[in-house]
Design a protein around this ligand. Structure first.
Ligand code: AMP
Length: 175
């Protein structure tokens, strides 16, 4: 497994009990980075995608090269206060408190078909908020894709319940 085997697990980061799935070891390896982008590009080659939206910040690292090789536009979904023009935002729950992500209102034209990209899905809260933003400005979500799914945490099921398709290059189960 060219992708999964290159992901490093850092136990107890950023706090006790969290198994942090670190993609820096995948990204620094040319074969790993290439396999990640190429596998996604192959999957979506025939799916009629207009825009690729990446979630700050690790979603940018995968989403931008994917958009480049697929010859699509890239749209950043950012943490609050970072985008300079007119935005809409959506608040979502974290384990402690809330966070907010934003998108430029003119980032996606009504009816455009959008592929959402992030590095990892855990609870699915971030991706669900991103889907809400994309749909609010008229985008149609083709699929939400990730390098890593943590199926025990249930994010995939949560997105699927809301009618979204989900794809991940690998899963880490059971720990
Ligand atoms: P969630 O909204 O719970 O699906 O969390 C997804 C976001 O949190 C992703 O953008 C990840 O970068 C980050 N994240 C959550 N859990 C982990 C983990 N175990 N290892 C690495 N990143 C994580």
């Amino acid at each position: 497994m060219p992708v999964k085997s290159r992901i490093r697990t850092v136990p107890h980061y950023p706090k006790q009990g969290i198994m942090f799935r670190d993609i820096t070891t995948l990204l620094k390896d040319p074969a790993g980075l290439r396999a990640t982008v190429d596998e996604l590009a192959a999957r979506y080659a025939d799916m009629k995608i207009d825009k690729i939206a990446g979630i700050e910040s690790r979603g940018f690292i995968v989403g931008a090269p994917l958009a480049y090789v697929m010859n699509k536009g890239f749209v950043p979904i950012r943490k609050k206060g970072k985008l300079p023009a007119a935005t809409i935002g959506h608040d979502y729950e974290l384990e402690y408190g809330t966070d907010r992500i934003e998108i430029h209102t003119d980032a996606i034209a009504p009816g455009e078909r959008v592929l959402l990209v992030d590095d990892l899905i855990a609870t699915g809260g971030t991706a669900e908020a991103a889907c809400t933003l994309i749909e609010k400005i008229g985008g149609e979500i083709v699929e939400c894709c990730f390098i890593i799914d943590l199926p025990d945490i249930g994010g995939r099921a949560r997105l699927e319940k809301h009618g979204h398709k989900v794809f991940a290059l690998c899963e880490f189960e059971g720990d």
